[in-house]
Write a protein that binds this ligand. Structure first.
Ligand SMILES: *Cc1c(COP(=O)(O)O)cnc(C)c1O
Ligand code: SF4
Length: 360
């Protein structure tokens, strides 16, 4: 099994000619700057790049192609927008909610999303979690039997080989045989089904099946990502009895449109996937041009609820700086004000505390 990284496009010159021909001088200069000084790398699978159109407004192109607007100053930007560092129980293990913990297992992704909220973590080359790193994590899980589910996340775990994943799954399973005898659940958080669907071989799906209870949480933002190969891969997971949740990031200029989102979630339901979260953008550096105003997000979500009923995902945001995930609705906004960074809404945290989120 080869790692997806071996086949990533990492230079503008490697793009298909019709995409290459449309690159602007500003984009070229920005890509050269990223190569020179670091930052979220430019990388895409040839497959995902083949879904893009040359137009700068194309929703696929916008998600992987570096945009000079990433350099615009954003006073609200946070290096660790979710405040995960506050909840590190062991290196790479985030324990923020009582009964589930998140493992930053993967070091790489099958291409980089320009809107990535973990862009500072994934922007640095990093190996997959090693056996030695797993020791304290396993010890923590064994000592915290209240943890019922481990989210295997960030970077993308499916950039590892089946063998490496199997070792990880086995250790997590063995570590945490909870009191009641119900095995700990695994949630594999990935974008690979839409960026590199060939990675979901029969062997990979067989591996997932052997580690049930296991479900996938797949990051999908636009109906065009559900191209035939991705559909086949996702349908094969569902056919193997692996529940698939869909997480979507609301992205200005990509999917901030009720008809596009309704189309996406209907298609997901048709494939047997469960629309789960529609996320308001986190405040990662270099992503402000993707941010949809919160009020607009609320009105889009209201429209989606009418259009989709039970197939409508929950609109949610991670309160900037570590306040946790909250569901967003009209009652989430407690007020508005001015912070040194600019105009904000104050959002109600789970415990009634107030958290600032930019008004635009
Ligand atoms: C989102 C998240 C979870 C999972 O939350 P769900 O609501 O179950 O999807 C767990 N841990 C962390 C740190 C998270 O950010
Ligand atoms: S796949 Fe996920 S972690 Fe990787 S770049 Fe995209 S959003 Fe970030």
């Amino acid at each position: 099994m080869t790692c997806a990284d071996n086949r990533l496009l990492t230079a503008a010159e490697a793009l298909p000619p019709r995409l290459r021909a449309a690159i602007t001088p500003e984009e070229r200069a920005y890509i050269a700057a990223i190569e020179g000084r670091g930052g979220l790398p430019f990388a895409a699978t040839p497959y995902f790049a083949s879904l893009a159109e040359p137009d700068q407004a194309d929703p696929i192109r916008r998600q992987f192609f570096p945009d000079p607007r990433e350099e615009l100053p954003d006073p609200f930007a946070l290096e660790d927008p979710l405040g995960e560092a506050r909840y590190l129980a062991a290196p790479r293990l985030v324990h923020q909610y009582r009964d589930r913990a998140l493992l930053l297992a993967g070091g790489r992704c099958a291409g980089y999303c320009r809107h990535c909220f973990r862009r500072v973590w994934v922007g640095v080359p990093r190996p997959f979690v090693t056996d030695a790193e797993l020791d304290p994590i396993i010890a923590y899980l064994a000592a915290h039997r209240e943890i019922r589910e481990v989210l295997v996340s960030g970077g993308d775990p499916l950039t590892a080989s089946d063998g490496v994943l199997e070792r990880l799954f086995r250790r997590l399973r063995e570590a945490a045989v909870p009191g009641g005898g119900v095995p700990i659940s695994l949630r594999v958080c990935t974008r690979v089904p839409v960026t590199d669907p060939r990675r979901l071989t029969g062997a990979a799906i067989g591996l997932f099946s052997r580690y049930k209870p296991l479900r996938m949480a797949v990051h999908i933002n636009h109906p065009r990502e559900l191209a035939p190969e991705a559909r086949r891969a996702l349908a094969a997971c569902v056919a193997a009895g692996i529940p698939v949740l869909v997480q979507t990031v609301l992205l200005q200029g990509v999917n901030d449109d009720a008809a596009i989102l309704a189309d996406l979630f209907r298609e997901c339901r048709g494939l047997g996937l469960t629309p789960y979260y529609l996320f308001q953008l986190d405040l990662a550096p270099g992503t402000a041009h993707f941010r949809t105003a919160l009020k607009r997000g609320l009105s889009l979500h209201r429209e989606l609820r009418n259009l989709l009923g039970a197939d409508c995902p929950v609109y949610a945001v991670d309160l900037p700086g570590g306040g946790g995930k909250i569901r967003l609705d009209e009652n989430s906004i407690a007020g508005e004000g001015e912070e040194p960074e600019g105009p904000v809404y104050y959002l109600k945290g789970p415990d009634g505390s107030l958290w600032a989120y930019p008004r635009r």
